[in-house]
Design a binder for this molecule. Structure first.
Ligand code: SF4
Length: 280
């Protein structure tokens, strides 16, 4: 990879693009050295630690479980869910899912992690061109890493958000044709238009969206459901459909079509009384 811009050029380019200078295009930023883009993002966000600038990680329980299988290299991006950053990244979030959200599991309990996610989310909303360039640069680096291991890269874009990436950044799926993208979503409309062939979605049930669950099932889409006891659910099925184990890995793109993806209530979700968790 040859980088065409370094040091202050990245900042100049970013400023020109933000000001809509006609001579520059967003794609020019894609070719800036990743360290320069991160430094620029860090400056804009007032971050002290460079670690906060990385958008993607492989360090999350379900991603790590998937990676142990040695089929793909799985990575995910954590933004601040719902309206925690002051802007809403989850338009269809329910009270129950907000309370049980993955956002506070694992390292998400640390305030430093929460601050980092909020700052990255602000970067997404306030400097989208820079955010997208960082995405491209980082995915490129992860793809190189995966290739060296003889693996395909699998990217979960919305680990703790529900952004409609196929509308917000369609170029991403074209640039990385060989990368498998995937997400869980509560936005049923996303199942009503063709998705990029390398983007897989699983609909996510909440206590408020039964009508949408029915709609997605009727279109042979897969639905993730959180159960108090996933083993029981796998034995009995749900709404007449087979329940598969969605806990063992995060490889949703490998699931058969038309199934319920069973998830086990963990952490705060164990005490759920909203109906978000199916009591069984
Ligand atoms: S929609 Fe998903 S990411 Fe957003 S608050 Fe609910 S569980 Fe969390």
């Amino acid at each position: 990879m040859t980088y065409i811009c370094t040091s202050n050029q990245a900042a100049d380019l970013a400023q020109s693009i933000q000001l809509n200078a006609v001579d520059y295009q967003e794609s020019d930023l894609f070719n800036c050295r990743p360290s320069e883009l991160r430094a620029l993002a860090g400056k804009i966000l007032g971050l002290q630690s460079i670690k906060w600038h990385y958008l993607f990680t492989e360090k999350q329980q379900k991603l790590e479980k998937s990676n142990k299988l040695g089929k793909e290299l799985n990575i995910g991006m954590h933004l601040a869910p719902s309206n925690l950053s002051g802007k809403n990244t989850c338009p269809m979030a329910s009270k129950g899912c907000r309370a049980a959200c993955l956002n506070t599991s694992g390292k998400g309990r640390l305030s430093v992690t929460q601050i980092g996610r909020i700052k990255k989310t602000k970067l997404y909303f306030e400097h989208p061109f820079l955010f997208r360039a960082l995405m491209i640069n980082e995915i490129r680096a992860w793809q190189d890493k995966a290739e060296k291991q003889g693996l395909r890269l699998a990217v979960r874009l919305n680990t703790t958000s529900d952004i409609v990436w196929e509308n917000k950044f369609p170029l991403l799926f074209e640039i990385f044709k060989n990368v498998q993208f995937y997400d869980y979503t509560k936005i049923a409309k996303r199942f009503e238009h063709p998705l990029p062939s390398n983007y897989h979605l699983t609909f996510s049930r909440s206590e408020e969206n039964q009508n949408l669950v029915d709609r997605v099932i009727s279109r042979k889409g897969n639905v993730a459901v959180v159960f108090q006891n996933i083993q029981n659910a796998m034995q009995t099925g749900y709404q007449g459909l087979r329940v598969i184990n969605g806990v063992e890995s995060d490889r949703r793109y490998a699931d058969p079509a038309g199934v319920i993806v069973g998830l086990q209530a963990l952490g705060n979700a164990k005490a759920d009384r909203s109906g978000f968790v199916v009591p069984n």
